[in-house]
Design a protein around this ligand. Structure first.
Ligand code: ADP
Length: 489
């Protein structure tokens, strides 16, 4: 096996080929997957071409009617088996994930559980798709709504949660009775392939789930095909806002239904009545997880002037204690960034802030470990004209700014085109309602820095996206309503 330094309990989970119609396929060429912690080659993975993506779509179209015709309970049984298999292989999945993505192994295990939770949840929801009976305005007609699977779907997923972002889309699609083609991120195809191998073992019929792995160039071409295809009825994408716009544009000719989970720029507000220690704890959770590479990570901290100095010094002590290293080492709290570009962007935001008057409290440069490691960083004395206050940093940098009034901080928090996650700390019930209602965000964490799980609707407003994933609402993405007007009664 072309593996570097990875020993798995079940080595057959390590797949490097594309999976179409229940078969593994090579392609005309391969692309490299490297470990961001040490640059070592992990695998040469099949680089799917457009023809192969088309055959995945064709297989999905063939598989769809029979899968849609099964009962929700029958689909739930397969999903449930997949859920069990994912959890049984937590350790292997976590190792593959850390090897190609870099996050600490404890976080990777956490992601396996998080990813599995969507499979369990939507296995349960598969049995609860209901319709509606309207009160008819005709005495001789009855009005009914039924829900049906939308058809062939496609998922384009990112590298920051290589397992979770797949199950959050694939599990509801499959539960609803759809078939789906996945195009995972080029940095993290191995996690996707292992996940799909487990779905195969769970007994998912041929063609219901296919994966086409591709490098960045072929991903663009495959993206065009998925958008242009009349067969593909729904595209679910998680990634950057610019790519989301491209996919929307490309999907206009076929008027495709879309779910978009795009960028964020989360504000984190600490009011004067906040529990300071809880706020500092929440700040660390919401900022430094996955080396700051999540779309719900805080990008800007607004702290009331009365707590500002204390907040900065308490946060500094926590940031100082973050152990950086290879994610495979137990105890490490921050792994490498995903690639050189990611490091450059972080360095650029830090330099820009310092040049405009920010104070560097901790960190602020590439880590002594070299490579893609960047120091956990804390900047204070930040102001609104700095790049970091308006552009997504996607790195381990906390930028802290002082504020005075509630009205001022709400206006600042909402002054962005993004609207994904937001956070604030306060113990005043009136303020909590006021602020929660005024924040223009899809998600608001109140006195917590951790908000996401399978029960909650995840998603953003404004240019952070369309639709919601997870929760009982997450299934609706993959269902069409059909109105039946029944006359002659
Ligand atoms: P990031 O900046 O986090 O890498 P991207 O939005 O670039 O996020 O990538 C997320 C996913 O979108 C990946 O699977 C990537 O291959 C894919 N992707 C990037 N550009 C395009 C494109 N033009 N068309 C289709 N997919 C794309």
């Amino acid at each position: 096996l072309p593996v570097t330094g990875l020993s798995l309990n079940d080595p057959t989970l390590f797949k490097t080929q594309i999976f179409i119609n229940d078969e593994w396929h090579t392609s005309d060429n391969v692309f490299e997957v490297r470990n961001p912690a040490n640059g070592k080659l992990l695998a040469n993975v099949a680089n799917a071409n457009v023809q192969q993506a088309q055959s995945a779509i064709d297989a999905a179209a063939v598989a769809f009617p029979a899968w849609a015709a099964k009962t929700g309970k029958q689909r739930a049984e397969v999903l449930r088996k997949w859920f069990d298999l994912i959890l049984q292989h937590t350790d292997d999945l976590a190792h593959i994930l850390t090897a190609e993505q870099g996050k600490p192994i404890a976080e990777a295990r956490g992601e396996v559980v998080y990813a599995a939770s969507f499979v369990e949840w939507f296995a349960e929801e598969a049995k609860r798709v209901t319709g509606d009976v309207m009160s008819s305005t005709w005495t001789d007609k009855r009005m009914v709504v039924i829900k049906q699977p939308i058809g062939v779907c496609a998922a384009i997923t990112p590298w920051n949660f290589p397992l979770g972002m797949i199950t959050r889309k694939v599990a509801p699609a499959i539960a609803a009775g759809c078939s789906i083609v996945i195009k995972p991120a080029e940095q993290t195809p191995l996690s996707a392939l292992a996940l799909v191998e487990l779905a195969r073992r769970a007994g998912l019929p041929a063609g219901v789930l296919s994966v086409v792995t591709a490098d960045s160039q072929n991903s663009i071409e495959i993206g065009k095909l998925l958008c242009a295809s009349k067969t593909v009825r729904h595209i679910s994408f998680t990634g950057s806002t610019p790519v989301g716009r491209i996919l929307m544009q490309q999907s206009a000719p076929t008027v495709k239904k879309m779910a978009l989970e795009l960028g964020g720029h989360a504000p984190f507000i600490v009011f004067d009545d906040a529990d300071l220690d809880a706020a500092v704890e929440g700040a660390v959770q919401s900022k430094y997880r996955n080396a700051g590479q999540t779309c719900v990570c805080t990008n800007r901290f607004y702290v009331h002037s009365s707590l500002y100095d204390a907040f900065v010094s308490k946060l500094a002590a926590k940031v100082q204690a973050i152990q950086v290293g290879d994610g495979m080492t137990e105890g490490v709290l921050q792994g490498p960034m995903i690639d050189g570009q990611a490091v450059e962007k972080v360095a650029q935001h830090v330099q820009d802030a310092i040049s405009k008057g920010a104070k560097l409290v901790i960190g602020g440069k590439s880590h002594a470990l070299g490579g893609y490691f960047y120091e956990p960083t804390l900047l204070s004395n930040v102001s609104n004209d700095m790049q970091i206050m308006s552009e997504e940093t996607f790195g381990p940098v906390a930028a802290v700014m002082k504020f005075e009034t509630e009205a001022e901080v709400i206006a600042a928090a909402n002054n962005t085109d993004f609207g994904l996650a937001s956070y604030f700390f306060s113990r005043d019930i009136g303020r909590i309602w006021r602020v929660a209602e005024k924040l223009e965000y899809g998600m608001v964490g109140i006195n917590t820095g951790l908000i996401s799980n399978e029960v909650a609707p995840f998603g953003g407003v404004k240019q952070s996206g369309l639709g919601r994933e997870g929760s009982s609402y997450g299934m609706d993405e993959y269902l069409e309503m059909k109105y039946l007007c029944m006359g002659g009664i």
